[in-house]
Design a protein around this ligand. Structure first.
Ligand code: F6P
Length: 333
């Protein structure tokens, strides 16, 4: 199957395997088209004048970059008119985005972080797009926040793109994880990794250690033991990597294993973690679990968290199964 286009892959999923309905196929095709457009903008960088601040803030009070705004607009515009969506929600918008009345509507809800890792845009380091797809519950107004407040176990599809040296789209529709590389010459995504599996053990971890003094005791204990290496209770040395773009850190874990952590900390009591549950943690957790890894908040499985608000934050521990389970056991202990 390697070497086939994303379109061919999706058609096989629909017709040969009966694994996805045609509307979901269409939705993924449209998101992939938007990802291509974002990739082109990211790739042009300073030539297109897309770097730097937009001069506005998002709902979380974070300064928006020009590319945050551009990527958000590309995703909204591409997905409005296809007839496959009931509504959309984005990190960059306080409320759900309604499908304009002039367009047909469908049964899915699309959530996205249009440009993850925006602190890396201006320094020419990999950034990405993360998305999650839910079904709109019957009898609920699709434009209400309520429609989106479903646990991650209900996702029917999740994916992310990394705009790095090459643009890679990672996708799951609940039957394994596959990666597609953008062939810039022909303008289409090609299947380059099929049924990705994450090694259960690892010697690599990923955390922003500058927050160490704010971590809870179980996280301090876990990381101290990793740092102690061969001389400590783990009896082996660990390496550390932190890109500060979750998409790149997760793609590395999908490639050679590892554990990624953005734990709960005491910096701001109103924020239990930095990452957003609905459009960052949930889609990544679905992908990681589908690839044989684990994803928890330290206390519970991320996919089981019942959301209470669209932009809520959560702690995230994900990656190689045995490490995530150990760090989670420390939290329970
Ligand atoms: O907002 C999400 C994000 O940019 C992630 O992609 C990344 O892992 C994290 O925040 C980086 O956080 P920090 O700036 O604290 O290292």
């Amino acid at each position: 199957m390697r070497g086939i286009s994303l379109s061919r892959f999706l058609i096989d999923e629909q017709w040969q395997k009966h694994a996805i309905p045609s509307d979901l196929r269409l939705l993924v095709e449209v998101v992939a088209r938007a990802v291509k457009a974002i990739s082109i903008n990211v790739g042009k960088g300073a030539l297109a004048g897309v770097l730097g601040d937009a001069g506005t803030g998002n709902v979380q009070g974070e300064a928006q970059k020009k590319l945050d705004v551009i990527a958000n607009e590309i995703l909204l515009e591409a997905n409005e008119w296809g007839g496959h969506l009931a509504a959309m929600a984005s990190e960059e918008m306080e409320h759900p985005h309604a499908i304009p009345h002039r367009f047909p509507k469908g049964e899915y809800l699309l959530l996205f972080d249009p440009l993850d890792g925006s602190s890396n845009i201006d320094v020419n380091v990999s950034v990405g797009t993360i998305f999650s797809v839910l079904q709109c519950p019957e009898g609920v107004d699709p434009e209400s926040e309520q429609a989106f407040l479903q646990p991650g176990t209900r996702q029917v599809c999740a994916g992310f793109a990394v705009y790095g040296p090459s643009t890679v789209l990672v996708l799951t529709m609940g039957h394994g994880v596959h990666a597609f590389t953008l062939d810039r010459e022909i303008g289409s995504f090609t299947l380059t990794r099929e049924d990705i599996r994450i090694p259960e053990d690892t010697k690599e971890f990923s955390i922003n250690a500058s927050n160490q003094r704010f971590w809870e005791p179980p996280m301090k204990r876990y990381v101290d033991e990793l740092l102690a290496g061969k001389d400590g209770p783990r009896g082996k040395d660990f390496n550390m990597r932190w890109v500060a773009s979750m998409v790149a850190d997760v793609y590395r874990i999908l490639t050679r294993g590892g554990i990624f952590m953005y734990p709960r900390d005491t910096r701001d009591p109103s924020k239990p973690g930095r990452l957003r549950l609905m459009y960052e943690a949930n889609p990544m957790a679905m992908i990681i679990e589908q690839a044989g890894g684990a994803a928890t908040t330290g206390r519970e499985r991320i996919l089981d968290v019942v959301p209470t608000s669209l932009h809520q934050r959560t702690a995230v521990l994900l990656g190689s199964k045995n490490e995530v389970e150990l760090a989670t056991r420390y939290h329970h202990g």
